[in-house]
Design a protein around this ligand. Sequence first.
Ligand SMILES: C[S@@+](CC[C@H](N)C(=O)[O-])C[C@H]1O[C@@H](n2cnc3c(N)ncnc32)[C@H](O)[C@@H]1O
Length: 228
Amino acid sequence: MKAELPQGEEKARVVRTMFDRVAGRYDLVNRLMTFGMDVGWRRRTVAELRLPGGSLVADLACGTGDLCNELVRTGYRGVGIDFSAGMLANATTDAPLVQADVLRLPLADGGTDGVVCGFALRNVTTLDALFAEVARILRPGGRAAFLETSEPEGRLMRAGNRVYFGRVIPIIGGALSDREAYAYLPRSMAYLPPPADLVEMFREAGFEDATRRPLAGGVAQLLVGTRR
Ligand SMILES: C[S@@+](CC[C@H](N)C(=O)[O-])C[C@H]1O[C@@H](n2cnc3c(N)ncnc32)[C@H](O)[C@@H]1O
């Protein structure tokens, strides 16, 4: 992990204020930088839950609520949780939203049927704590699906992805929103453990059937599991 990346409480403060700053243009930049592919990835994330209609599903680190909208569209009762007041203020969803830290969820033990979480594994201070909190709120048999960016395994895709994330995205993000924030995005990839370690951490938290699937040639990944 790069030494200059913030850690602990400092990281939480940097992340929260950064998302407060970019909130107004977050959706636009997201659509552009993924060429709209994030829409399909979100659909796939929610489809992986395979829960009965009406199930209660928490969208952790919901941001502006895109996954909440997909939950509602699919027939779930979605609730979005995020600690950035700016992202919540710019949310465009009918789902109820709560301002809270996803590492200290205001939800009862075992009272939630499903969890989705988009592009936030990199952003929390401790992944173990997030997985433990998800395990705490889910009922046995509950499902969790985490969507995240990823580094492709193939050398060519990996090199192309590095140029795109490291050089192009800071320019697009800088022109439309906040250069510093969109320069942080590629750097924040260093917070993610290697794929096998990520799956193992999730398994150890109580999701024995955990699987990880690369999306779009490996530029994104979907981690799915069932609460024991
Ligand atoms: C890249 S955005 C993703 C937003 C949304 N999930 C999506 O798919 O577009 C990351 C979000 O994680 C939120 N976040 C990061 N750490 C958090 C924490 N500990 N508690 C609550 N929200 C957090 C940020 O405020 C931000 O809205």
